[in-house]
Design a protein around this ligand. Structure first.
Ligand code: ZN
Length: 636
């Protein structure tokens, strides 16, 4: 955990125009800045940044947030990664809280590995570009395969010299420890001597989603005799194979904009497609996708197109892993590259336009593609055809999310037609697989899914009901004026706390923000829109943006009233607070009236009815008081 002090230091330094401006070209328009939205394609700018409020909002696609959420959305950073990025930019040293010794050791190893990988990349790139051996052995080889220098530099390719310890010696000289050198896989130990592991190979650095180098792939030049074609970094604190998608760092914006991710197998496929201007492409580096990799893709898009170049057997094996993609709710399409070509060679052969056209015209839906392959393989063999039906039913049963229900129905319809079997029979079979799996799943798993659905429902609730406007308005004045003085004894916040003591928020999100505000206040943390804008809970952040962005949603006339008063340069904040509190209370009292009325109607005993009538009178009195006060405030 990054310490609150560090977070405060960072948020104090944040300049949203400077950070967003790093990624979006912004022009000043009045108090705000305007640019082309980085989250959707547009020709006229509707992406607005407010430096005073430290928020952005796109009036085209609706995306909004603060500097940190911008980095999270645009760069796909986690909350902590975004903070670290900002800390680095503003030269702020990060202090962490509550780190166990174990975590600290892992963190230190990770930092050392990042530093070593960074040094290695620079060293190895220099060997490729600046030394005679690198140029004649590796650079020529790459150039013969049509890689231009810009591409080589962009992907930071390198070359490890032939002699046994060129890199090891340089790294030791830089004070990197033997332990870290061995962990990185760049160096191995042979009879007490440190030796370069990637001698004579071309080096492909592998970046994480923040652009840091986490490992390397090292390829032999030319044909591999006994040696493996590629050697990869062994698993360590930063290189976790199942979580790596090669090229994701370079592809992230293109995937966002095209809303599609192309998946290929090798590093060179990614690099060649990039060079051809097709940038929404990543490589899995293995035959079947892992759940973690799928989750990374899902951060960017729901549309995954897998480009295969293997033979039928390989494709069949790979397809088994794809049921997982269906569970993640991805739309998976497959394309087979023809004539024993791979994406690398094929794009070089036919060029960008023809390549794109080929993918567009030949991508097939995963389920139907699978059906195709299985049926071809089965031929007239009845038992094999039976297996195919079962496998398809199993795949279809994986599409079991509520939102994909219609999708599954239309698949069943289509598959039954292709298989020439009864649709109801297929439905039954699919249901059988669903039930089997549900029975197998442990209760904890189901709980997890349910709590996720619940979380999504809460998010939906953020779309405010008219009822919520009163509550939102209280939060607005609290965030805006809470720290101001109400009178000699109290702040505005304290006054509001007292006044609302008897009342409850109905919207759980609003209630939560109100409670968080109170906690911050109690701890002397000076809560305001600006500090809470950087709260670690995403729901709090988005609600703060929402509250701060639309100050006078409650009523246009409200705005005018306050403006009328403001004509004389009077501070209207106190009136604003009183009005907000009164409208909030009136609204609540109205609800209480309704409830009370209902109770009176339902009441079966006279004593109770009398009591309820007393309540009615009491509410009426409060209502009258408030209306009178509102009247005087407005008339003033
Ligand atoms: Zn937009």
């Amino acid at each position: 955990m990054i310490s609150p002090q560090t977070i405060e230091q960072i948020t104090n330094r944040i300049d949203i125009i400077d950070v967003v401006g790093e990624f979006v070209k912004l022009k000043k328009r009045g108090a705000n800045y305007l640019g082309l939205c980085p989250f959707h394609n547009e020709k006229t700018p509707s992406f607005t940044v407010s430096p005073s409020k430290e928020i952005y909002k796109c009036f085209g696609c609706g995306k909004s947030g603060n500097t940190i959420t911008f980095l999270m959305e645009h760069e796909k950073y986690s909350y902590a990664e975004a903070l670290k990025w900002l800390a680095q930019r503003y030269n702020i040293e990060i202090q962490e809280t509550e780190v166990s010794d174990e975590t600290r050791i892992v963190q230190q190893a990770a930092e050392s590995l990042h530093a070593l990988n960074n040094f290695a990349q620079k060293f190895l790139t220099e060997q490729l570009l600046k030394t005679e051996e690198g140029q004649s052995n590796a650079l020529t080889y790459l150039e013969e395969r049509d890689y231009v220098i810009n591409t080589i530099e962009k992907f930071q390719l390198g070359y490890n010299p032939q002699i046994k310890n060129a890199f090891a010696t340089a790294a030791v000289k830089q004070q990197f420890s033997k332990e870290i050198l061995l962990k990185s896989g760049l160096v191995i130990e042979r009879s007490d001597e440190l030796i370069d592991n990637y001698r004579g190979r071309i080096i492909f650095p592998i970046h994480n989603n923040t652009g840091k180098i986490i490992g390397f792939g090292a390829r032999v030049i030319g044909k591999a005799d006994k040696a493996p074609k590629y050697i990869n970094t062994p698993e360590n604190e930063v290189y976790v194979k199942s979580k790596i998608l090669y090229g994701a760092y370079f592809a992230r914006h293109a995937i966002d904009k095209s809303n599609e991710c192309l998946l290929v197998e090798g590093y060179t496929d990614v690099i060649s497609l990039h060079q051809a201007g097709i940038e929404n492409v990543v490589a899995s580096g293995g035959t079947s996708l892992t759940a973690d990799q799928l989750r990374i893709i899902k951060k960017y898009t729901n549309n995954l197109t897998i480009i295969y170049d293997g033979d039928a057997a390989g494709i069949k094996a790979a397809m088994r892993g794809l049921d997982m993609a269906l569970e993640e709710g991805l739309n998976v399409k497959l394309v087979l590259i023809p004539d024993n070509e791979d994406p690398d060679s094929y794009v070089k052969k036919v060029g960008t336009t023809a390549f794109k056209k080929f993918i567009e015209e030949h991508k097939k839906d995963f389920i139907l593609f699978q059906l195709d392959v299985l049926l071809k393989e089965a031929g007239n063999d009845i038992s094999k055809k039976n297996d195919a039906v079962n496998q398809i039913a199993e795949s279809l049963s994986r599409i079991n999310k509520a939102e994909d229900f219609t999708r599954r129905q239309s698949y069943i319809h289509e598959c039954a037609a292709v298989l020439k079997i009864d649709e109801n029979g297929l439905i039954n079979l699919v249901n059988k697989y669903i039930n089997e799996r549900l029975n197998k799943q442990e209760k904890t798993n189901i709980d997890k899914v349910e709590s996720r659905i619940e979380a999504e429902e809460i998010k939906e609730n953020l779309l405010l009901q008219p009822d919520d406007l009163q509550e939102k308005n209280i939060l607005r004045v609290l965030l805006e004026y809470g720290l101001n003085k109400w009178n000699d004894e109290q702040t505005v916040a304290e006054y509001i706390f007292d006044e609302l003591d008897q009342f409850k928020f109905d919207n759980p999100e609003m209630e939560n923000l109100y409670e968080v505000y109170k906690q911050y206040y109690a701890q002397g943390l000076n809560p305001s829109a600006k500090t809470l804008l950087y709260h670690e809970d995403a729901k709090i952040r988005s609600l703060v943006v929402n509250v701060a962005m639309f100050p006078f949603e409650l009523s246009q006339r409200w705005d005018e009233k306050l403006e009328n008063i403001q004509v004389n340069n009077v501070d209207t904040s106190l009136q604003d607070v009183i009005m907000s509190l009164n409208y909030f209370k009136l609204h609540k009292i109205k609800k209480m009236f309704e409830q009370n009325q209902h109770d009176i109607e339902q009441s079966k005993n006279w004593n109770q009815t009398l009591q309820l009538i007393e309540v009615h009178k009491h509410l009426k009195n409060i209502e009258r008081e408030i209306t009178q006060q509102l009247g005087t405030v407005i008339l003033k």
